[in-house]
Design a protein. Structure first.
Length: 350
């Protein structure tokens, strides 16, 4: 017998005025799964989160939790009855309450002794026991985020929703807090849906990534699947800054000034198309090597572990960007390029 889905969205639609904010959204989330909802601003991801939480209602379709309909044409369960936790972007902590009191806020329905024990346990889980009597304004951003997480998890929700939960933290802190949060969610086997606009965060954080565009889901898969096998130019552009080289389809291949690459089956003979070349798929070689693409380095950008090099190639309107953990010699100017063909994607020109 198949496992009952923790959450199932059936053809969800939502319209604001004349705009379809969500259109035919379908998604099944299994218990314990962490889903990352991503997409450009205005794609509908936060609206979808609010429909799941019960803050918004769908115009069409149904929301199911654990096999039970909680929102639909004739059904609406109040948000407080859905057993859903929510971590807001700004954390929404009560400034006049201590850490302990903030966590206790969601446990009002329990006997006081049980509520205090449950709150203390969750505060211990997020490693804030020594700060339990402190107020939010005395905490760091990372500590405030952990309080918000503890408050959302203390009632033991069936699903945790997180709306850009790490975006207010600086980069170094954001990475460590995210890793710590994900470790806790997996330890507790919590089903979670996280909205983010950060492609790197989505690829690294979720068991599955759900990419949205203009109110629709355009691709769903693991981080590796959506990164390595994007189904459209939008999906490709969202997860990587590709070099885009125009060419012509001949005999099932795309011929370009930098090489010939296997083309998608839906590209017709003689059509103009684009080769999407990852910066990491290009290797710089010395000018005397046997690589067949000649170029001249025009710029270098040091990015820490990675160096980005711009290379001028005859026949191209724009320089190729090459990214590598191997630094090129400063005196190196004339180079030859080698491209890994398996890392090249082909798309029609819209």
């Amino acid at each position: 017998m198949s496992e009952i889905a923790a959450l199932q969205l059936n053809s969800i639609g939502k319209r604001f005025g004349d705009v379809d904010v969500l259109d035919d959204i379908g998604l099944t989330v299994v218990p314990g799964e962490i889903i990352c909802l991503v997409g450009r601003s205005g794609c509908g991801k936060s609206t979808l989160l609010r429909i799941i939480a019960g803050v918004e209602t769908p115009d069409v379709g149904a929301v199911m939790m654990n096999g039970r309909e909680i929102a639909g044409p004739t059904t609406f369960m109040e948000p407080e009855k859905r057993r859903i936790g929510f971590v807001f972007q700004d954390y929404a902590l009560f400034p006049h309450l201590t850490v302990e009191q903030n966590v206790l806020f969601g446990l009002k329905g329990l006997p006081r002794a049980e509520a205090k024990a449950q709150a203390a346990d969750m505060i211990q889980h997020v490693r804030l026991a020594e700060l339990a009597k402190r107020y939010p304004h005395t905490l760091s951003g990372g500590e405030q985020q952990r309080v918000a997480l503890a408050r959302a998890l203390a009632p033991k929700p069936d699903i945790l929703l997180m709306d850009e939960p790490f975006s207010n933290l600086d980069r170094g802190l954001r990475d460590s807090v995210r890793e710590e949060t994900l470790r806790l969610l997996r330890d507790l086997k919590t089903t979670a849906i996280m909205v983010t606009h950060d492609p790197e965060e989505a690829l690294s954080a979720g068991d599955r990534v759900v990419l949205m565009q203009n109110g629709r889901v355009v691709q769903t898969g693991t981080g590796y699947e959506v990164h390595d096998h994007p189904v459209s130019r939008y999906a490709a552009d969202f997860f990587c800054a590709f070099n885009k080289v125009e060419g012509t389809v001949r005999n099932g291949h795309l011929e370009t000034p930098v090489g010939t690459f296997a083309s998608r089956g839906d590209l017709r003979e003689g059509a103009r198309a684009l080769a999407y070349i990852r910066p990491s798929a290009i290797t710089l070689c010395a000018a005397e090597s046997d690589a067949n693409i000649a170029g001249r380095i025009t710029d270098r950008v040091f990015m820490g572990e990675i160096e980005q090099v711009s290379v001028r190639v005859a026949g191209l309107d724009q320089d190729l960007r090459v990214r590598s953990m191997r630094r090129s010699a400063p005196e190196l100017t004339d180079v030859r390029l080698s491209i890994v063909p398996d890392n090249v994607l082909t798309f029609t020109i819209d």
